[in-house]
Design a protein around this ligand. Structure first.
Ligand SMILES: *Cc1c(COP(=O)(O)O)cnc(C)c1O
Length: 362
């Protein structure tokens, strides 16, 4: 076990077990005398890895049969373009919910392809950020889809519910919360998630798409950006990032060994509660700027009341192996990202440090 806890928002920490397995198999994957990196992507060895990863993801998320799973090179940002390019076909207007920086990036990209209606925006009440209730959204019943970001990674603002959009397909950027809690896939038209937070290393994005949404894209769409092409070729139209896919597979098997999504959800709740309860216990020292019902399970964001203490906090934390706690350059403050791979010992050490720090500097 490494004696360091990495609270980075992404690329994020990976379980030691996964890294050690990758290390063990590096030069000789399963007695073949070759690294998995060196295998052709269409050969039986890599095909086995690809199919197993899909089967494990389907099992972990109970993905219904009428959904396809695509493994697409590039980050979640790629989907900011692919979603409108593929869904603005009969109708090029879409609803977007703006709850932060990732939502805004998705909105700006969609505007290049059609008309965007921002149906709701996160607000501020008593210095706390909140997500407006759905009955206050200005939804267009004829929208091609509604896009939202269930967990805004930078501010740590998370939906505690799934929007009900009726016949309008719901599209979710789950990059920073996929597999962190149970969800019902059948409520969504498209779910996508970059792999560098809860699914492994950077370089790939998983797209779970309801089959009726796989159609001919806008005519100018580059071939790799077409869901239809990707689906017809089972994500093997060109050479996929095979090593990412392999690491993703190891992560999914690790998650199954942890007891699956329900078990990891309980662990994640314990981790985040340890930190949130301290913010509530030391309100004159630590401050949350998020309405309690919108607090993120994965990205716990807070500030020190005396902001001059923030650099000292970060430095002293790093000295005892609590690293990458600095908030995003836009928001400042402290951000403890605790994805699936963060063990309870990491949250415990951070909580202990926060108590000691508050006692010392209060
Ligand atoms: C990290 C993140 C992204 C960006 O992903 P890239 O892989 O860098 O394109 C997009 N959306 C959310 C919610 C994220 O947390």
């Amino acid at each position: 076990m490494r004696d360091i806890f990495n609270f980075s928002a992404g690329p994020a920490m990976l379980p030691d077990e996964v890294l050690l397995q990758a290390q063990t198999e590096m030069l000789d994957w399963q007695g073949t005398g070759m690294s998995i990196m060196e295998f052709g992507h269409r050969g039986p060895e890599f095909q086995r890895i690809a199919l197993q990863a899909e089967a494990d993801l389907r099992e972990l998320m109970s993905i219904p049969k009428n959904y396809q799973v695509l493994f697409i090179a590039g980050g979640a940002t790629t989907q900011f373009s692919m979603v409108p390019m593929n869904l603005f076909t009969n109708n090029n207007t879409a609803d977007y919910i703006d709850t932060g920086i990732w939502s805004k990036k998705a909105i700006n990209e969609a505007k290049r392809f059609g008309q965007v209606n921002v149906a709701a925006t996160s607000g501020q009440q008593d210095h706390l950020a909140f997500i407006p209730r759905e009955d206050q959204w200005a939804m267009n019943p004829n929208a091609a889809y509604l896009h939202y970001t269930p967990n805004e990674t930078i501010d740590g603002l998370e939906f505690s519910w799934v929007p009900n959009t009726g016949k309008v397909p719901l599209v979710a950027d789950m990059t920073s919360m996929i597999l962190s809690r149970p969800i019902d896939v059948s409520q969504f038209g498209i779910i996508y998630a970059g792999t560098q937070k809860n699914l492994g290393q950077a370089g790939q994005t998983v797209v779970i798409i309801r089959e009726d949404l796989i159609q001919d894209p806008l005519p100018s769409t580059p071939v790799l950006y077409s869901y239809k092409t990707q689906a017809e070729h089972h994500s093997f139209y060109n050479t996929p990032p095979t090593y990412c896919w392999y690491i993703l597979g190891l992560m999914l098997q690790w998650l199954k060994r942890q007891g699956g999504v329900q078990a990891i959800y309980q662990k994640n709740k314990r981790n985040s509660n340890k930190i949130y309860s301290l913010l509530d216990r030391y309100p004159d020292f630590y401050v949350s700027r998020i309405e309690p019902s919108c607090r993120s399970l994965m990205n716990v964001m807070f500030y020190l009341c005396d902001e001059k203490l923030t650099p000292i906090f970060l430095e002293e934390a790093a000295a005892i192996g609590l690293v990458h706690l600095r908030g995003h350059r836009v928001s400042g403050g402290v951000r403890a990202s605790m994805y699936n791979a963060m063990p309870e010992a990491g949250a415990d050490r951070l909580a202990e440090f926060m108590v000691d720090f508050a006692k010392m500097y209060r």
